[in-house]
Write a protein that binds this ligand. Structure first.
Ligand SMILES: Nc1ncnc2c1ncn2[C@@H]1O[C@H](COP(=O)(O)OP(=O)(O)OP(=O)(O)O)[C@@H](O)[C@H]1O
Ligand SMILES: [Mg+2]
Length: 185
């Protein structure tokens, strides 16, 4: 499997916002969640890989938590620092009395000792189920992860006034998600 951690070409769509208050991070995560849900409804078999990049405390887990909860998940979204991966089942639509769902896998690879540990743990199968993966500290996998569709860069800046979040679409299929998020902000 080849990896693609850093975009070689310029992103196909990009959005940057300053999120000085946590409420602004919550609002952006909510808008991004709505765009993702629209994409998943239109492409029920698709899988998106989404990286969450930034220093310790940059707000990666906070963004993931608001994202997952604004998709209707009512339980606790805890940091996967020790488990490496936490799965979430999100209800999509109710059709013919059957509840359809998609899966979110939230990873934090910070504590991996070896870049291939994620494969040895059997996580490979999570990368093609309908839904998406959110991956904190993808750089710990040293380029062994499947290519990313969306890169989210978070920065706490040197002071709270510079906290920002940039969302880059790296694949053609993710372009509409980022453009849609941009249009609704
Ligand atoms: N505008 C903001 N957006 C997001 N988080 C904020 C903001 N302002 C303050 N915070 C706080 O910053 C902290 C960010 O921590 P978080 O665990 O999300 O970071 P992280 O990037 O996941 O760190 P790690 O690399 O350790 O996993 C939280 O305590 C959060 O409440
Ligand atoms: Mg975290």
């Amino acid at each position: 499997m080849t990896g693609n951690q850093t975009p070689q070409a310029s992103p196909k769509a990009s959005l940057k916002q300053y999120c000085r208050q946590e409420a602004e991070t919550a609002k952006l995560a909510k808008g991004f969640a709505a765009s993702l849900e629209r994409f998943i409804t239109q492409n029920p078999d698709a899988h998106l890989n989404i990286s969450l990049e930034g220093d310790l405390g940059a707000g990666k887990t906070t963004f993931a938590r608001y994202l997952i909860q604004s998709m209707g998940y009512e339980g606790k979204v805890k940091s996967p620092t020790y488990t490496l991966c936490e799965p979430y089942s999100i209800n999509k639509t109710k059709q013919h009395n059957q509840i359809e769902f998609f899966t979110v896998h939230h990873f934090d690879l910070y504590r991996m000792h070896d870049p291939l540990e994620w494969q040895e743990a059997g996580f490979v199968e999570h990368f093609d189920v309908p839904g998406f993966c959110l991956i904190e500290w993808p750089e710990k996998a040293e380029g062994t992860l499947p290519a990313f569709d969306i890169q989210i860069q978070l920065s706490a800046g040197v002071n709270e006034y510079e906290r920002s979040i940039t969302i880059n679409a790296l694949s053609e299929q993710s372009r509409t998600v980022v453009e849609d998020t941009q249009a609704t902000q």
